[in-house]
Design a protein around this ligand. Structure first.
Ligand SMILES: Cc1cc2nc3c(=O)[nH]c(=O)nc-3n(C[C@H](O)[C@H](O)[C@H](O)COP(=O)(O)OP(=O)(O)OC[C@H]3O[C@@H](n4cnc5c(N)ncnc54)[C@H](O)[C@@H]3O)c2cc1C
Length: 229
């Protein structure tokens, strides 16, 4: 997020000094850990900043080219796709930058503490005694990738806890604030939750929808009724 925010601020505000060398991909070998949308943004931004090359590591298997039997329409299709970041990598480097079923082992650095590379290993997914899926390393596949910039894009774990603790808000099993869609009231009278904080990682369209809905419910709470949509 630091990398992406710095880059976007630099694009938006010419007076912003976005040339912090620690956060610049220019001329560097870049590794992006995480194959999701944030990882895609890191790949695309690295290429636009003129990186030497970029690879993207994903711990999960490559999705199928066609819908699997357990993923029928109208569910969201979990199939292989090239997003803009991968397309730009293919155009500049000749191939999709993603490697699947790889796990990171150790970040390597020089004596000054600068990143020099990353040790990775191939994995398969197996089940443990409790029936949970766990990664199992494949013998003989430990290897090192050179890198001067490693970007962590491994996903949203949940909203920050501080404000949730301070307000003593109830959370759901995914650590999001408990509040129903279209209602938005939490367990604390007068405290409402909407957007990613309520539904988990999502999309801007949902943030807009829920922000408007929460405003309506705040109006109802304060005025006793509301005419807001
Ligand atoms: C890298 C990345 C790329 C994404 N790309 C897309 C995309 O292409 N398309 C898309 O639709 N969605 C995308 N998303 C998801 C989208 O950004 C979110 O779903 C959306 O921003 C959620 O809106 P929100 O208002 O719920 O939360 P946020 O946008 O996270 O806003 C929460 C705000 O609350 C502030 N805040 C936090 N704590 C406090 C506090 N104690 N007091 C006051 N303020 C506080 C934060 O600073 C922040 O400004 C992306 C997300 C990421 C991380």
């Amino acid at each position: 997020m630091d990398f992406l925010t710095t880059n976007t601020q630099y694009q938006l505000d010419n007076s912003f000094d976005g040339t912090n060398p620690e956060l610049n991909a220019t001329g560097k070998e870049v590794i992006v850990i995480g194959g999701g949308d944030t990882g895609t943004d890191c790949v695309g931004t690295s290429i636009r900043q003129g990186c030497k090359n970029v690879v993207q590591l994903e711990i999960m298997p490559q999705p199928p080219m066609e819908r699997a039997d357990n993923n029928p329409w109208p569910e969201w299709p979990k199939v292989y796709k090239m997003d803009y970041g991968q397309q730009e990598a293919e155009a500049t480097q000749g191939a999709d930058p993603r490697s699947y079923l790889v796990m990171t082992k150790e970040i390597l650095k020089d004596e000054d503490g600068n990143v020099t590379g990353l040790q990775i290993v191939d994995i398969t997914w197996g089940k443990n005694d409790q029936g949970q899926f766990v990664p199992q390393e494949t013998d003989g596949t430990l290897r090192t990738l050179d890198a001067q910039l490693i970007l962590l894009a491994m996903g949203f774990l949940g909203p920050e806890e501080k404000i949730i603790d301070q307000f003593k808000l109830d959370t759901d099993t995914r650590s999001n604030v408990k509040a129903d869609h279209e209602i938005y009231t939490t367990n604390v009278d007068g405290v409402f939750a909407a957007g990613d904080m309520r539904r988990g990682q999502s999309l801007v369209v949902w943030a807009i929808n829920e922000g408007r809905g929460a405003a309506r419910e705040c109006d109802r709470f304060l005025m006793g009724s509301t005419q807001l949509p």
